[in-house]
Ligand binder design. Structure first.
Ligand SMILES: C[S@@+](CC[C@H](N)C(=O)[O-])C[C@H]1O[C@@H](n2cnc3c(N)ncnc32)[C@H](O)[C@@H]1O
Length: 308
């Protein structure tokens, strides 16, 4: 293989493909003779000029921060990618799982970034894939939950670039688990809704009456700046001021903070704690189960101890 491919990159690609291909299947089945035959055939093929693979993009959910929440598939593709384009919400500990010699490109996306930014990301992804690179587009949480993943897939598909989408643990799931809040519960919540709190004035088009109803859990993403208007809208639409609510900041990370209260107390408590983005607002009776449940507290403490 070394004799055939002068460049390390080409050798790596050959081995990666070979180790996932028919030669590997034969070897695992104990047929070394067939594996040997297949490997030589593939090598001959590659030298005949068929080896150059087309570029591709992996649109990967990095989860909410704790690197142990990466899926096995996300980890594997992170190890394969030549280039990683990552967002602000991707934690450094997750980035450490990238291949050691991979190029890491920060593509920002802070709240309030202009509309040009997303177009720039599409153009970068396209350019790198057209150069034949394996590009990992790493996004916080899940790429298809408030992640604009759909737009990136469409932009790449329109240019014929193959895209693999890998789901990630969305912030609401990570935050709830690490805070000890069950998002649904037989006695308290029969549904859970993920809503963006980012819209101007917290969403002119939002159905507040539906979100204010009892018997459910509502999780607001991107809602820190609009916390006052979200709470006011819920109460105006009929949610009782005594409804439990929590803000979870930097969920699943060592710095995770949780502020709990009710719709009438939460705002003052969150202000006092100087809660900042990224944070989620969870509204519903299930939040009270956190305080009621010594077991959940234990889970959180265990996690915190492990992190420390
Ligand atoms: C643009 S959205 C991206 C959501 C992401 N695709 C997901 O599935 O979690 C960004 C918002 O997600 C929430 N978020 C992401 N990571 C978080 C974390 N570790 N802790 C709390 N909230 C988080 C915050 O509400 C933040 O403003």
């Amino acid at each position: 293989v070394k004799h055939t491919f002068r460049r390390l990159d080409d050798r790596r690609r050959f081995w990666e493909e070979a180790l996932e291909g028919r030669a590997a299947t034969h070897a695992l089945a104990g047929r070394a003779d067939l594996a040997d035959f297949e490997l030589r055939r593939e090598l001959k093929h590659a030298t005949a000029g068929h080896g150059r693979r087309k570029g591709e993009v992996y649109l990967v959910g990095a989860g909410p921060g704790d690197p142990d929440l990466l899926t096995l598939k996300a980890s594997r593709l992170l190890q394969q990618a030549d280039v990683v384009l990552y967002d602000r919400l991707v934690s450094p500990a997750v980035l450490e799982r990238a291949r050691r010699d991979a190029e890491l490109i920060f593509v920002g996306k802070a709240p309030g970034d202009g509309p040009g930014t997303q177009e720039d990301i599409h153009a970068q992804l396209l350019r790198l894939a057209q150069q034949g690179k394996r590009v990992c587009r790493l996004k916080g949480g899940d790429p298809f939950v408030f992640g604009r993943g759909g737009e990136e897939v469409a932009a790449l598909a329109a240019e014929g670039i193959p895209v693999t989408v890998v789901p990630g643990i969305t912030a609401a799931l990570g935050a709830a688990a690490y805070a000890g809040i069950p998002l649904t519960h037989r006695d308290h919540a029969h549904s859970v809704t993920f809503v963006t709190g980012h819209e101007p004035a917290a969403g002119a088009g939002t159905d507040w009456a539906a979100l204010a109803r009892a018997g459910q859990t509502v999780v607001f993403y991107m809602g820190v700046a609009n916390l006052p208007s979200i709470v006011a809208n819920l109460v105006a639409a009929g949610a009782p001021a005594s409804r439990p609510a929590a803000v979870i900041e930097r969920a699943t990370l060592a710095e995770q903070r949780i502020v709990t209260g009710t719709l009438d107390t939460l705002l003052a408590r969150a202000n006092a704690a100087r809660v900042q983005s990224p944070a989620l607002l969870v509204v519903g009776d299930v939040v009270a189960l956190r305080d009621a449940s010594a077991g959940a507290e234990h889970v959180v403490q265990l996690h915190e101890a492990r992190r420390a």
